[in-house]
Design a protein around this ligand. Structure first.
Ligand code: NAI
Length: 387
């Protein structure tokens, strides 16, 4: 089949198998070029198929020589429609890892469920004994808890309407968007989905099954961002979930103090991923940030962030944290000089100058790459097997 991108708003409904493989390959090459990383050797990545989770898995495997088990929730192809990108990414990752003699197994299913937790634990016990590093990188729209209740996360404010500039991705116009406040129930539901309850459940389940080593490390990802996006992010529903995620890291440290298990939250940089493109107002900030950081030669993608995290901040000898104990991978994004330039542009950006003032091209390049499109060395005219 000839696979072409079908973009609807902030989502692409097709994915290119060869292009996804190319994206994984490029990340692996980047990691290998930087040389060996001293990281734990038995690694579980929950949310391992795209974005930060995939980059973490690639860094652990190809930088650290680690055996990895990845958990993800991806659609397979039915022969007519393509699979989701994470499906092709995972298949490519496994193939390339196996070629180098690296252990890699993946479980495609709902990480929130007991069934998938048990399945993963069985694999760990059989193949690894115990894991010593657990990355929790889920970005999910909903979660069904074990009592059968389904919670839906929302991207809203928690107090009043928030109106600001927004970039209409379909026609490159800048207009205003208003984000409305969530109800108490919606806030709680978002915390249920994107907070740390399930992270704690994973670590507890691993511990109960004796499938996690003493002194193991676990890490989840968060975001803070500039004051500009506080109403929709940091103080919004997703921010409430991230506060819960942070509190959960403290809870894990307390619960498993005797085994020396250590939980960290890493605050990462804003990057175009499937999860982040869905947040209103935020993509315009991203496109401006990309331009500023690229001009200053400090732009990073997921793989650059994760290699720097593993190499310098987490496994570089001493864990580098802020006063709250969080790892700050947003250190360059939040630099005063960067933010000053971003805000100057934000103030003057409009439909007439967006193509000049923001990195619209870079945003779309990342977007298409996520689905395996627009790689110059992939032949998109060629028939590909989509199964
Ligand atoms: P993503 O959408 O690229 O990846 C999400 C992963 O979760 C995928 O592997 C997907 O298959 C998996 N997943 C979703 N629901 C699942 C389920 N029910 N069961 C099993 N797997 C499931 O997202 P991204 O951006 O890499 O986000 C990962 C984490 O990083 C999130 O916590 C996000 O908030 C955080 N983060 C993202 C930033 C960004 O700008 N993209 C910035 C800072 C933090």
């Amino acid at each position: 089949m000839i696979v072409e991108p079908k973009v609807k708003g902030f989502i692409c409904t097709t994915a290119h198998p060869e292009g996804c493989k190319e994206s994984v390959k490029r990340q692996i090459e980047y990691v290998k070029k930087l040389g060996k990383i001293n990281c734990p050797k038995n690694v579980l990545v929950i949310g391992a198929s795209t974005g930060y989770g995939l980059a973490s898995r690639i860094t652990a495997a190809f930088g650290g020589g680690a055996a990895t088990i990845g958990v993800m929730f991806e659609k397979e192809s039915n022969g007519k429609r393509t699979a989701s990108p994470g499906f092709y990414n995972t298949r490519a990752f496994e193939e390339l890892a196996h070629n180098e003699g690296l252990y890699a197994k993946s479980v495609n299913g709902d990480a929130f469920s007991r069934e998938i937790k048990n399945q993963v634990i069985d694999i760990i016990k059989k193949d690894m004994g115990k894991v010593d590093f657990v990355v929790y990188s889920l970005a999910a729209p909903r979660r069904t808890t074990e009592d059968g209740v389904t919670y839906q996360s929302v991207l809203k404010t928690t107090s009043e309407d928030f109106t600001n500039k927004s970039w209409n991705l379909s026609d490159n116009t800048v207009s205003e968007a208003t984000i409305t406040p969530a109800t108490e129930e919606e806030i709680n539901a978002t915390v249920k989905v994107m907070g740390g309850e399930d992270w704690i459940d994973w670590i507890s389940s691993l511990k109960e099954a004796d499938a996690i080593s003493d002194n193991a490390v676990t890490m989840a990802y968060s975001y803070i961002g500039p004051k500009l996006t506080y109403p929709v992010y940091y103080n919004g529903t997703i921010g409430m979930a991230k506060k819960h995620l942070y509190d959960s890291s403290l809870k894990i440290n307390e619960m498993f103090k005797e085994s020396g298990i250590k939980a960290y939250v890493s605050v990462n940089k804003a990057l175009v991923t499937q999860a982040s493109s869905a947040i209103p107002i935020v993509p315009l900030y991203f496109a401006i940030l990309y331009r500023v950081m690229k001009e200053m030669n400090i732009h990073e993608g997921c793989i650059e962030q994760m290699t720097r995290l593993f190499r310098d901040k987490l496994f570089g000898g001493k864990v580098e944290t802020d006063e709250m104990g969080q790892i700050r991978m947003d250190d360059w994004e939040m630099r005063e000089d960067v933010q000053k330039k971003v805000m100057d542009i934000w103030d003057k950006i409009n439909t007439d100058n967006i193509l000049r003032e923001a990195d619209v091209e870079g945003y779309w390049e990342d977007f298409y790459h996520m689905f395996g499109f627009k790689y110059d060395n992939v032949d998109y005219e060629k028939d590909v097997e989509i199964l």
